[in-house]
Design a protein around this ligand. Structure first.
Ligand SMILES: *[C@@H]1O[C@H](CO)[C@@H](O)[C@H](O)[C@H]1NC(C)=O
Ligand SMILES: *[C@@H]1O[C@H](CO)[C@@H](O)[C@H](O)[C@H]1NC(C)=O
Ligand SMILES: *[C@@H]1O[C@H](CO)[C@@H](O)[C@H](O)[C@H]1NC(C)=O
Ligand SMILES: *[C@@H]1O[C@H](CO)[C@@H](O)[C@H](O)[C@H]1NC(C)=O
Ligand SMILES: *[C@@H]1O[C@H](CO)[C@@H](O)[C@H](O)[C@H]1NC(C)=O
Length: 384
C-alpha cells in the first residue's frame, strides 16, 4: 500500500500540517476581544479601550481544541455568550467546539455531517435563530445550535436544505450575514456592488441580485474576500464589512438603506487574514498572527473616513507575531468561513480562511521543535 516513508518525508508532512494551523479571532457577548490558538494559547484582550495599552490575559483552558487544523473559524452566539469553533482540531473535524465565555470552559459537540464536508464549506451563524447555514459542495446546509453554551450528549446534524442556485464555478463562496439575510458576494455573473441573497426566515434564495451602490460610485468589487458583520447594541446585524483579498479597501455594506461606503483597507494586505467585528470595531488577524483593529462608528462616515488601522498591542506584547512578513498573495484557502463573528464569510477563504501558503513558513516557525518532534514520533507510532 504505501511505501515506507522516510523520516524526512514524515517531518515534511508534520511541518506541512503545522503550517496550516490557524488561530481564530472572535468577540464574546461583552465585546472582549478573544484570540484562540495564537502562539499555542488563547487570549482575552479585553474591551476596545484596552487594546492599545492593556495586556491580554491568558485564557487557555482544558478541553480546548488544539487549533492545529486548517480553515478554523469562530462564531459568536451573542444571545448565549458562547463561541462556536469549526475545524478547531484536526483529530475531530466534524465537531463543534464550544467556548462558554461566562464560565471560561470548553466542551465538544459531536455532529453528524451526512453530505456536508468539514473540509469544504463556508458558513455563517444566524444571529436570531442560532443556526449555522453553510454552503458545502453544491448544497446549502443548516446546523441548529439551539441554545447551547455547552455540548449536548446527543449528536447534532448538518441538514441538507437544497441544492444552491449558484454556478458550479462558485467554489469559494463569500458569505455575510445582515438582517437574517445571507449575502453571497463574488457570485459568477453578478456585477460589482451586487449580492445574491438567501432569506433565512423563508428559506428562500432571492432570484435577483440586490444592489448596494456607493454614493462615491465606488462600490465593492466582484472579487473574493472576507467578511464580518457589525453587531448592534440590540437586535440583528444591519451592516457587514467586506475586505477583498487584495486588501485595497474596507467596504461597509448597509442593508437598511442598500448602500456601500468604502474606507481604508487593512495595513496588512494578507488574503489569508480573518476578521471579526464588534459594534464599534473591525479586527483583522493576519496569517502571521498580527492583530489590528479599525475603530468604526455606525452612521458616522466622516469619523470612519478619518479612522485608521491600529495594532492590538495588548496581544502582541504577550503573543508576538512571527517576524516573517505576510505576503499579500496567499492562496484562497480557507474554506470555512467565518468571519468571526457571527458572520461568516467566505468560503474559501473568507473569513477565516487562513491557511495559505504564505503563512506556512511562519506558522511552522512558531511551532516548537519539541512539538514537531513529538508530532513526528506520533505519526511514526500511528503508521507503524
Ligand atoms: C488606555 O487607553 C484608554 C483609551 O485610550 C484610556 O481610556 C485608558 O485610561 C488607558 N488606560 C491606561 C491604564 O492608561
Ligand atoms: C481548507 O480549505 C481549502 C480551500 O477550500 C481546501 O482545499 C482544504 O481541503 C481545506 N482543508 C481542510 C483540512 O479542511
Ligand atoms: C439535547 O438535544 C436534544 C435534541 O435537540 C434535546 O431534546 C435535549 O433536550 C438536549 N439535551 C440537553 C441536555 O440539552
Ligand atoms: C432596498 O432594496 C430593496 C429591494 O430592492 C427594497 O425593497 C427596499 O425598499 C430598499 N430599501 C431602501 C431603504 O431603499
Ligand atoms: C446608510 O446608513 C448608514 C448608517 O446609518 C449611513 O452611514 C450611510 O451614510 C447611509 N447611506 C445612505 C446612502 O443613506
Amino acid at each position: 500500500m504505501f511505501g515506507l516513508p522516510t523520516l524526512v518525508s514524515l517531518f515534511a508532512l508534520v511541518a506541512a500540517k503545522a503550517a496550516q494551523a490557524s488561530p481564530c479571532v472572535a468577540f464574546d457577548a461583552n465585546f472582549n476581544l478573544l484570540v484562540f490558538g495564537l502562539d499555542g494559547k488563547d487570549w482575552n484582550a479585553g474591551t476596545q479601550d484596552s487594546w492599545s495599552n492593556g495586556t491580554a490575559t491568558d485564557i487557555t483552558a482544558s478541553g480546548r481544541p488544539s487549533f492545529d487544523a486548517s480553515n478554523t473559524t469562530c462564531y459568536l452566539a451573542q444571545f448565549y455568550n458562547a463561541i462556536y469553533v469549526l475545524n478547531g482540531d484536526s483529530s475531530d473535524p466534524s465537531a463543534v467546539y464550544i467556548y462558554d465565555a461566562a464560565t471560561k470552559s470548553w466542551s465538544t459537540q459531536s455532529v453528524t455531517t451526512g453530505k456536508f464536508s468539514p473540509s469544504n464549506f463556508a458558513a455563517i451563524l444566524d444571529h436570531d435563530t442560532n443556526v449555522f447555514y453553510a454552503i458545502s459542495g453544491t448544497d446549502l446546509f443548516y446546523l441548529n445550535m439551539e441554545a447551547e453554551t455547552s455540548a449536548n450528549s446527543t449528536a447534532l446534524s448538518w441538514t441538507d436544505v437544497e441544492t444552491d442556485p449558484f454556478p458550479s464555478s462558485y467554489t469559494q463562496p463569500v458569505m455575510a450575514l445582515a438582517q437574517n439575510h445571507i449575502h453571497f458576494l463574488d457570485v459568477p455573473d453578478v456585477p460589482a456592488g451586487e449580492a445574491k441573497i438567501f432569506v433565512i426566515h423563508y428559506s428562500y434564495f432571492q432570484p435577483d441580485a440586490q444592489s448596494y451602490p456607493a454614493s462615491s460610485g465606488n462600490s465593492f468589487p466582484a472579487a473574493h474576500g472576507k467578511t464580518a458583520s457589525f453587531f448592534q447594541s440590540e437586535g440583528v446585524q444591519q451592516e457587514f464589512a467586506f475586505i477583498p483579498d487584495d486588501g485595497s479597501a474596507t467596504y461597509v455594506i448597509n442593508v437598511e438603506n442598500n448602500s456601500t461606503t468604502s474606507y481604508a483597507g487593512p495595513t496588512s494586505k494578507d488574503a489569508d487574514s480573518s476578521y471579526a467585528a464588534s459594534i464599534t470595531a473591525l479586527v483583522q488577524l493576519d496569517s502571521t498572527g498580527n492583530l489590528y483593529f479599525f475603530p468604526y462608528t455606525e452612521g458616522d462616515t466622516s469619523a470612519n473616513t478619518a479612522a485608521s488601522w491600529t495594532k492590538v498591542t495588548a496581544v502582541s506584547k504577550v503573543a508576538p507575531a512571527s517576524s516573517v512578513a505576510a505576503s499579500g498573495t496567499g492562496s484562497h484557502s480557507g474554506s470555512a468561513s467565518a468571519t468571526g463573528s457571527a458572520t461568516g464569510s467566505a468560503g474559501g477563504a473568507s473569513s477565516t480562511g487562513t491557511s495559505g501558503s504564505s503563512s506556512s513558513a511562519n506558522t511552522a516557525a512558531k511551532m516548537s521543535r519539541g512539538l514537531l518532534a513529538a508530532g513526528v514520533l506520533g505519526l511514526v507510532a500511528y503508521l507503524f
